[in-house]
Design a protein around this ligand. Sequence first.
Ligand code: OGA
Ligand code: MN
Length: 193
Amino acid sequence: MFAANDLHHYFSELAEKSWVVIPVDKRQVLDLQSSARKRSNEFRSAGINQSLTPVKEIRSDKILWLDSANADTDSEKSVLADLSKLQNELRDYFRIALNEFECHFSIYEPGQYYARHKDTVKQNNKRIFSFVLYLNADWAEADGGQIVGYNSEEILFRIQPLAGQLLVFKSDIEHEVLPARRQRFALTGWMRQ
Ligand code: OGA
Ligand code: MN
């Protein structure tokens, strides 16, 4: 999936800025969008916390967790293999314990968003790096749906959810997804301790 054989250059950027965009093969990730589309009836509302109370004011997307037990297509299996490789390379580069990763597809329908938040909520405090693989063939500024990362009030990054990019950032960075004006696909996950 990765356009470069050696990711060290991107890892040093990640170490420096706390976020980085790693280029990936667009064709491969668009196959993944087809997989997600075919399974759209399996997606469930993401705004559900552990007390099973919908928290729609925070996020309104739908998600489908992807793991080796439910990976169906070749593209789903191969992205899990690539992410596992990324996990090992991040572990070796940063010399930290990264023992597992978890990921889910997400679909935002027009008008849906995810308000400003951190991915390191208490029950998930083992999350070290967040990553988002964007699955949209084309995207314009006017389509909304950008992810914006913050350091207090300063904007750290603002990225279009365009296929060909894997965004990686430290999980304690605050970020939000602006309301999308068209259907928006991504695969989001976390490298965990
Ligand atoms: C998340 C998230 C960002 C995105 O699912 O926690 O912040 O760009 N997603 O989809
Ligand atoms: Mn998030």
